[in-house]
Design a protein. Sequence first.
Length: 184
Amino acid sequence: MTYRIFAVLAIIAVIVASLLLSRQQSTTPAATTVQTSAWDEGYSAQQARLVETGANGLPLYTLNAATIRQLPDEDQVQLTQVQMSFRDSDGNPWTATADRGQLEQRSQQVQLAGNVHVAGLLGAKPAQITADALAVDIRTDIVSTNVPVQMLWGGQQLSSTGLKANLKVDRVHLESAVHGTFSK
């Protein structure tokens, strides 16, 4: 008799447990709110090339970088291990390399920083510019810096603090603390 009471209690326990479990499963899950960010994350790429073309469809400049990351809320593109190529208004090719860079999208300026080297022809003579930071303005063909800079131009070594090179008119203005060595 004890066996039958135990069996009836076990069946009742199974029925009650089934009802409780089915009631928990039939309740609707809590609503999940997905928050959307007002910040546009832009794009990023590795081992990438960015080419800006002019109205004629020809490249104004090409940027190769280990990483390219757009910051749309700041209107900037950040670059690492930068290699840049562009042509001055006479069509002479120029190259620039730097550890990092920043492209100001509206102003068409490329800010280069860290181990910056720029090379090209200036007044039909080879020119090399080295600095820790330098800006290249694509619209005006002006390369400038306000930090110490070294320039090798036509075999002559020049150094100063600050430089403004107008590639359109082949003119270089050394700002201050100018030193140069000229030899025959």
